[in-house]
Design a protein around this ligand. Structure first.
Ligand code: SF4
Length: 87
């Protein structure tokens, strides 16, 4: 089960807040460089998904969506996000 993330926004809110979208087949990842604290939780979490040496640096198809969400939940600055599902 996905962990609840207090800071989650809808896709529209993320884009309105200057998050950049990295599209994947199962999920999209959103990133806002200005607030990244370079804690590297993402890179340590999965280098195939989050790799500053690749372009684009986020590959949302390189791991299962649940794993990517779990890594994003560890991002201390909330520079990384995934969209809140509309129910
Ligand atoms: S975990 Fe978040 S704050 Fe840390 S480097 Fe990745 S995006 Fe930046």
């Amino acid at each position: 089960m996905a962990t609840f993330n207090n800071h989650q926004m809808t896709k529209e809110e993320l884009l309105a807040n200057d998050y950049r979208e990295y599209r994947g087949k199962e999920m999209n990842v959103y990133f806002k460089a200005e607030i990244c604290q370079h804690a590297a939780e993402c890179v340590r979490g999965n280098l195939a998904v989050f790799n500053p040496k690749q372009k684009p640096w986020i590959n949302a198809d390189a791991a299962k969506a649940e794993e990517i969400k779990e890594i994003i939940n560890r991002c201390p600055s909330h520079a990384l996000q995934y969209e809140r599902e509309m129910v």
